[in-house]
Design a protein around this ligand. Structure first.
Ligand SMILES: CC/C=C\C/C=C\C/C=C\C/C=C\C/C=C\C/C=C\CCCCC(=O)SCCNC(=O)CCNC(=O)[C@H](O)C(C)(C)COP(=O)(O)OP(=O)(O)OC[C@H]1O[C@@H](n2cnc3c(N)ncnc32)[C@H](O)[C@@H]1OP(=O)(O)O
Ligand SMILES: Cc1cc2nc3c(=O)[nH]c(=O)nc-3n(C[C@H](O)[C@H](O)[C@H](O)COP(=O)(O)OP(=O)(O)OC[C@H]3O[C@@H](n4cnc5c(N)ncnc54)[C@H](O)[C@@H]3O)c2cc1C
Length: 640
């Protein structure tokens, strides 16, 4: 591989009107943090073991899982040796060391241990969290069943308290109650946090979490009374052993119920929690993280597509002239530059969401549940919005790279396959949006009654008769006002439909269900209060429906979005460089910093396992016999 930088990329970087390094420092919170990140990334780059792996797509599923386990345990050991204590250092090392592979210990670290900390009593946390953090106990979060994932209250796994033995008896009473999907349950973990319907004294008290040992701590054999296995190949997450698990009257100690919020006493008495939804806390936490995951996935795909678009020359822009950089086609800019803006918007949204989560979750830990509904609504809405928009954007990035985008060598298919599951896991997006919609509906009617609303939704009470003051300058204020007006109007419209349904005599659940399509649109508009002109142009109908914009203003916006493409054009490469993703993290022949795309593609292809032999065995086993058989045939057509 040459170590020269592609001349087009060199030109792009020399003509940028700002210093990408300054923006990198803004993104990573200062020059020292950037320097530290790069130091850590270089440690990974110099690590022979970590650099010894071929791209994940060159291994079969067994190999991918085996590599994931090897690599993650190596990472754990290296982190101990390096003595990294800060979460940022550890995350930077992990992301550099396993940039696209999902860890078989991901749910252990991301859900199992945090849930023990947040949902266990102080005594339970003191007992179990150290075991989890030292990986003596390796766990996951087992909630979804064959028959239920979304509707938690419909889960069928039972945990029945036996006061005689001070145990809970876990059972999968039906085929549909078999736990199905939990990550890392098939081969990796020896414990699970199991969500089950709690029964005591003959009464069901709803779903609660139980710590369940599923494999021997001595030899990893499956505990008697359990059936465990892998669910099979999936669209992505190939290195992750999502599994199934069936309980057959499986007994656990009473004290294995996480009892921070709800309790079962020795005599079987049930002590209920301040709020039944406290048990759902782990899911809220993960939804918050997924907003950042959506940013990382979309921004990486955008870096790849923009850099490739600056390098790829195709067709004549000027008749008879040299072939143009595809980034100079207005259509290519209209595909990618809004995604660049979206990536930055998602970064800010993810950081804002994390700050709100930190504040409200600490209030909840201290017993103040006042803002729990707002946190739930925000986490549901942003998780759904950012994964939907992010996945659509990643697919646009892939297609904007033409045929090479379809190759794993581009890096984009892996990004997509790993993040698109987030539209489903941790709360199917439509269902999540409807949770936010329900919050908006209740808030709208509270606002109509003159009640005060939290700051984030005070816009619901704005005067909808006001028209836009947008002028040629497309001021920030006028754009924010436009998005607020659109969302407020759409929420009001959906609520009026819901009310009208009730007035017709529909029971409230029907009145709700028959207004959910406009509520989804309204909730997307609510979450869309993020980025500007492009969003208006792409959704113009929703901004025009009540004449909020006049014809002149619509013309201004249509002109503005094209003008913005030209404004961004000289800085497009600098804006993606600023994300500072090193090549080994992008794992992309198209998104390389040096732009040597064709050499990288050629070298990558040569390493394809199918090239290990010149003539594949199938020739000798099948093709040659077929040809020989047909050569003897009298039927000419068969010979053709
Ligand atoms: C395999 C992984 C490998 C590697 C991972 C890589 C790295 C590791 C790092 C981290 C790992 C973790 C995650 C981050 C990154 C990637 C993720 C990786 C792997 C995937 C993990 C996926 C795990 C799962 O999918 S776990 C299962 C998730 N399942 C769900 O989310 C179910 C969704 N359903 C629900 O939440 C509920 O059923 C519901 C909310 C839809 C309805 O609940 P319910 O019916 O009980 O209530 P309602 O009647 O609707 O409402 C009544 C009132 O309650 C309010 N409410 C509801 N929920 C909450 C809540 N959570 N908080 C507060 N309030 C709530 C509701 O608003 C109503 O209020 P009202 O006032 O009465 O209107
Ligand atoms: C990659 C991956 C990893 C996972 N990891 C885990 C894990 O570690 N642990 C775990 O417990 N689970 C895990 N899951 C399961 C996941 O949490 C569930 O699949 C998810 O919660 C969706 O639930 P469901 O499958 O029941 O979908 P369903 O709800 O059955 O969705 C089917 C359709 O029904 C619609 N629908 C459902 N309810 C409503 C409603 N009230 N209103 C309108 N429409 C509705 C949905 O919008 C959707 O279109 C994982 C899933 C995936 C894909």
């Amino acid at each position: 591989m040459s170590n020269e930088v592609n001349t087009d990329l060199l030109k792009e970087r020399s003509t940028a009107t700002f210093d990408a390094e300054r923006l990198t420092e803004f993104i990573y919170k200062g020059p020292e943090k950037v320097k530290r990140k790069r130091q850590i990334q270089n440690i990974v780059l110099q690590d022979k073991f970590l650099q010894s792996f071929k791209p994940t797509e060159f291994y079969d599923r067994d190999g991918q899982y085996n590599n994931a386990v090897r690599r993650q345990i190596y990472i754990m050991d290296r982190l101990e040796e390096l003595g990294f204590r800060s979460e940022t250092d550890r995350l930077n090392f992990r992301e550099a060391a396993a940039p696209v592979e999902l860890s078989p210990f991901g749910l252990h670290s991301g859900m199992f241990v945090p849930t023990l900390e947040r949902q266990g009593t102080p005594e339970q946390s003191r007992k179990w969290v150290p075991l989890g953090k030292s990986f003596k106990m390796i766990g996951t979060y087992a909630q979804t069943e064959l028959g239920h994932g979304t509707f938690i209250r419909g889960l069928e796994t039972t945990a029945t308290f036996d006061p005689e033995t001070q145990e809970f008896i876990l059972d999968s009473p039906t085929l549909s109650s078999i736990k199905y999907w939990p990550g890392n349950v098939a081969k990796t973990v020896n414990h699970c946090l199991v969500m089950a319907q709690l029964y005591t004294q003959g009464k069901c008290h709803g779903t609660h979490l139980f710590l369940v040992q599923v494999r021997s701590m001595e030899d990893h054999t499956i505990m008697p009374g359990l059936e465990i296995g892998d669910i099979g190949p999936k669209l992505g997450f190939d290195g992750v052993d999502n599994g199934f698990m069936k309980f057959n009257k499986y007994r656990i100690p009473r004290m294995n119920m996480l009892m921070r919020y709800a309790k079962v006493l020795e005599n079987g008495d049930y002590i209920k929690p301040k709020n039944a939804k406290l048990t759902y806390g782990a899911m809220v936490m993960v939804r918050v993280w997924i907003v950042m995951d959506a940013f990382k996935a979309l921004s990486r795909a955008t870096v790849i597509a923009v850099r490739y678009s600056a390098v790829r020359r195709q067709s004549e822009l000027r008749p008879g002239g040299e072939e143009a950089q595809v980034i100079d086609y207005q259509t290519q800019q209209y595909k990618l530059f809004p995604l660049l803006a979206t990536s930055y918007a998602f970064l800010l949204a993810a950081e804002g969401m994390s700050q709100i989560y930190a504040k409200i979750s600490s209030d909840i830990e201290r017993g103040n549940l006042e803002d729990m509904p707002q946190l739930h609504a925000l986490a549901c809405g942003l998780k759904a919005f950012c994964t939907w928009v992010g996945c659509e954007g990643i697919e646009v990035c892939r297609m904007s790279c033409g045929g090479h985008g379809y190759s794993h060598a581009s890096g984009i298919p892996k990004i997509y396959a790993n993040i698109v599951g987030a539209c489903t896991y941790e709360g199917e997006n439509t269902v999540m949006m409807l949770q936010t919609a329900r919050y908006l509906s209740k808030s709208y009617f509270r606002g109509q009654r003159g009640e005060s609303l939290p700051e984030l939704i005070q816009y619901l009470t704005i005067d909808l008769n006001v028209k836009s003051t947008l002028g040629e300058d497309c001021s920030f204020e006028s754009l924010v006002a436009a998005y607020s007006h659109r969302a407020a109007r759409m929420v009001a419209t959906a609520c009026k439909l819901q009310n009208a349904n009730k007035q017709k005599g529909m029971p409230s659940h029907d009145a709700w269900n028959k207004s959910t399509v406009p509520f989804i649109a309204a909730t997307k508009a609510h979450c869309h209060l993020l980025y500007a002109v492009y969003g208006i142009v792409e959704n113009m109908g929703e901004f025009m429906q009540d004449g909020y914009f006049n014809q002149d203003q619509i013309s201004i916006l249509n002109r503005k979005v094209l003008a913005l493409l030209e404004d961004i054009r000289p800085n497009a490469v600098a804006l993606v460089d600023a994300f500072d993703y090193p090549d080994h993290l992008l794992q992309s022949c198209l998104g390389r910093y040096d732009g040597q795309v064709y050499e990288a593609l050629y070298e990558n292809s040569k390493s394809s396992p199918l090239n290990n032999t010149d003539i594949h065995s199938s020739y000798y086993n099948y093709i040659r016999p077929m040809m020989q058989k047909r050569s003897k045939s009298k039927d000419i057509s068969a010979k053709l």
